[in-house]
Design a protein around this ligand. Structure first.
Ligand SMILES: *Cc1c(COP(=O)(O)O)cnc(C)c1O
Length: 331
């Protein structure tokens, strides 16, 4: 395996299953659709951050850390999985969250952060998050504690290595280039770790298909440069000797709508489609938007009928309940 020499602990149920989506494929008259269930990684309702945390927590333990610090939005799936991983390993966890809009209730991931025992610190706005993390780290050091800081989404070279593992699950069995059964791998991309890890795995395994991240919040040029930089760092971390530039990254940012976490008919319809055609729950912020993008690309004829498209379900279903008002269709 590409990651054999890297410190890792076990947190996720792996390999995650891959399931066909026959009713959706027929309904769309499009390619053969499949879903890889990284929403079923198993840690406190699962999601894509759990793969990253297998490497991040191994690194934290190797450094003798006793407390994790990580940032996110009030409905962050990443902070919830980090809080669960900390509990599982016996570390403390401080999550620095962006204050939600007035009137927001403690539910969804915010509630789970509390139940999992995370110490929640609120930042007034996005610009205050990183300074508050620094303050918390200094406070902890002054108390003789050893903090370990995990960036947004767990997306550094250590964390994103988890998605090199995922790419090996998807296509590592292919004995020769072109032997992978999936022609396209499509998923939601935000902090870029999932995207970068899959891209590195694809190149290392000589995957001939396309690894396509659908942006949920970044402009296309910004996302491509972030992912290229991260991919190059992962490659160095694993000693693979690969380099990546923005042109090596496949990204689509045509579905940003009203911005991060703003739910419109686009996401509402994608979520209903997957739920009602396949009994598959998507989340409001990431997979609802990315799957909506995939459906739109299918309708525009982006894929051949005989191609196989794998949608990577990155999780987030816990947030559905925090968006109940926005998700219901009002008449
Ligand atoms: C964090 C997250 C993503 C984005 O993954 P990145 O590695 O940050 O790009 C996608 N889907 C869900 C549900 C997430 O929680």
């Amino acid at each position: 395996m590409l990651t054999d020499k890297i410190n890792r602990i076990s947190l996720a149920h792996l390999p995650t299953p891959i399931e066909p989506l026959p009713r959706l494929s027929a309904h769309l008259g499009g390619p053969q659709l499949f879903v890889k269930r990284d929403d079923q990684t198993g840690l406190a309702t699962g999601g894509n951050k759990t793969r990253k945390l297998e490497f991040l927590l191994a690194d934290a333990l190797a450094q003798g850390a006793d407390t994790l610090i990580t940032p996110g939005a009030a409905q962050s799936n990443h902070t919830r999985q980090t809080a669960a991983a900390a509990a599982r390993i016996g570390l403390k966890c401080v999550v620095v969250l962006r204050q939600p809009p007035a009137g927001a209730r403690p539910q969804g991931n915010w509630l789970l952060d509390e139940l999992l025992g995370a110490d929640i610190r609120w930042a007034a706005d996005k610009s205050q998050v990183l300074p508050l993390m620094d303050t918390v780290a200094q406070e902890l050091r002054a108390q003789g504690r050893k903090p370990y800081v995990i960036p947004y989404g767990g997306s550094n070279a250590v964390g994103a290595t988890g998605y090199v593992v995922a790419m090996e699950e998807i296509c590592g069995h292919a004995a020769e280039p072109g032997g992978c059964m999936y022609d396209h791998i499509v998923f939601a991309s935000s902090s870029g770790g999932t995207h970068a890890g899959l891209t590195v795995g694809a190149k290392a395994l000589h995957y001939q298909g396309r690894v396509l991240g659908i942006s949920v919040d970044e402009k296309v040029d910004d996302l491509k440069s972030t992912v290229a930089r991260l991919a190059t760092e992962i490659s160095a971390h694993l000693g693979l000797g690969l380099g990546f530039g923005p042109d090596d990254i496949n990204a689509n940012a045509n579905y940003l709508g009203g911005g991060y976490g703003v739910i419109s008919d686009f996401e509402r319809e994608a979520i209903r489609l997957a739920a009602q055609m396949e009994g598959l729950l998507l989340d409001p912020v990431y997979t609802g938007r990315a799957f909506g993008g995939l459906v739109d690309l299918i309708r525009k004829g982006e894929f051949d009928r005989d191609e196989r498209v794998l949608f990577l379900h990155t999780g987030g279903v816990s947030a559905l309940f925090a968006y109940s008002e926005q998700l219901r269709i009002k008449n």
